[in-house]
Design a protein around this ligand. Sequence first.
Ligand code: F6R
Length: 602
Amino acid sequence: MCGIVGYIGPQEKKKILLDGLQELEYRGYDSAGIAVIADGKLQHFKAVGKLKNLREKAAGFRSEGPGAAIGHTRWATHGKPTELNAHPHVGAFSYVVHNGIIENYRELKEELEAKGVRFLSQTDTETVVHLFEQKIKEGLEPFDAFKATIDRLEGAYAILLISEAAPETIFFAKNGSPLLIAFDAEEIYFASSDTAVIGHAKEAYYLEDGEYGYARPGEVRLFGPGGEKPISTQPLPADKAMAQKDGYRFFMEKEIYEQSTVISDTMLGRVLEDRVEFEELDPGLFEGIDAIKICACGTSYHAGLTGAYLLERMAKIPCQVEIASEFRYKEPLLTPDTLFITISQSGETADTLEALKMAKRAGLRSLSICNVDNSSIVRESDAAILTRAGIEKGVASTKAFATQVMVLWMMTLYLGQKRGTLEAETLQIELDAMRRTPKALLVEEKLHERIHRLSKRYLHGHGFFYIGRDLFYPLALEGALKLKEISYLHAEGYPAGEMKHGPIALADAELFTIALMPRTLLYDKIKSNVEELSARDATILAISPEEFELADDFIRIRHAEHPMLEFFEMMVVTQMLALEISIRLGNDVDMPRNLAKSVTVE
Ligand code: F6R
């Protein structure tokens, strides 16, 4: 995710900014930039790639003395990772850095272009700086111009803006993306995460949504929807490593908790009132397409399997899912009416990339669903949809999976709209459910505590069977994969209806069955499958909104009216269960043995 820093004070500003951005490196980025206003004049530097490129570009620049400065690391979501798209974004006399997504930027951009403003980048952020300067040109005072600007913004943002119209001042605003102000005597710092300021400042104020204001030497004014507010600071944490994990014990745990917010980013600007839109897709991509082939590895493959159920059921398009390493050598039949979709968190997985090249050689059109812009798979594909999960540090994938599934669900509706396979009423039901997903992904403390307590009973035995039907079968596969990756216990995902065709022979009290029992999809069917296992004395852990009397253990999820909401809730439970078992076993959750985050070899 992008990172923001800001500074007002007499110290060498370039150094403070670059050091702050360095501390935010762990969040992932593909370009970076800084802007400094000193002696009333603005200067800026931007570079693609690592911070060392930016350091080199700004090597000869000094900025001691009074002034204000802002910096940013960017993880591309709107527009490629290029220097022009990197922040700070430039107006005629002002600069802005921004995290989040301005949903109504197209409308604002058109309005500004009609007034003769020329845009340099493809980003949503650039609208902010031009809108601000437009308001100044209309005669507003700088702070009024800033307030009038943010009043026009819809979406999520943390914004810092500096301008020659108000030297030594930083204007700030927060809505939906984190931002803090930190203090050390006369110096004022801004950051999107406290790791950037630990060691520099001792106290900080964490802004709330809807707050904005300005800071200049010796003065910070904070406003909210009800007018001016006092600033009550709190001590900054001392431990940087802990702060990087936002106080969680492991990155994987942080990433599980983050799912509720990143899924909103995935949907932002795409899930509209009455339809799904992907502005990154040329509508021609789907012309003449009668089938879909999805190709991926590991967790991404499981997302693909989930997507296939949705695509066939609602968009009424035949959809096959292939494991990339198998696909490469099976001499597959490829026809040009097939859209070839690759799914990859990293965008660098060798087998998936090679499969994509094969499909291209066979003349197929290609689309990638990926978390990393400019990755090899994105570059190689005709089109790409970014999942916007932000960097995933835990080797065991969690939020990447959630966002991949969400993109596939959105794509299903998008195609359903195009192909006319969705009744207006069904579309509305799906869109409503989609909008409720962030809530379904919230981790309640009570649930975490329950899983923590239960996990101690599942540290032995001779294996786990995760079972589910329909959409919940790929989730069973994914749940089992999570457990084996980080606990090193044997686990399998299985279609519940298949157990009686062989694996039921394994059933005894030492066989742990994790039964995914949604209420909205084939409940009676899965119930009878679980009853068969229970009759053979298997130990059953049921995950369901319905109490199931034959279960030895039970984790209740909230009642939901839509299978996808049950899917996402159960996904969180399976991730948490793997996490808690692994922690009890004393394993390194974030860096499990024998695994790498990006598999760039065959
Ligand atoms: C499991 C996991 C892996 C990856 C697989 C593909 O937690 O992360 O199974 O899903 O290696 O990687 P990507 O999605 O980067 O292509």
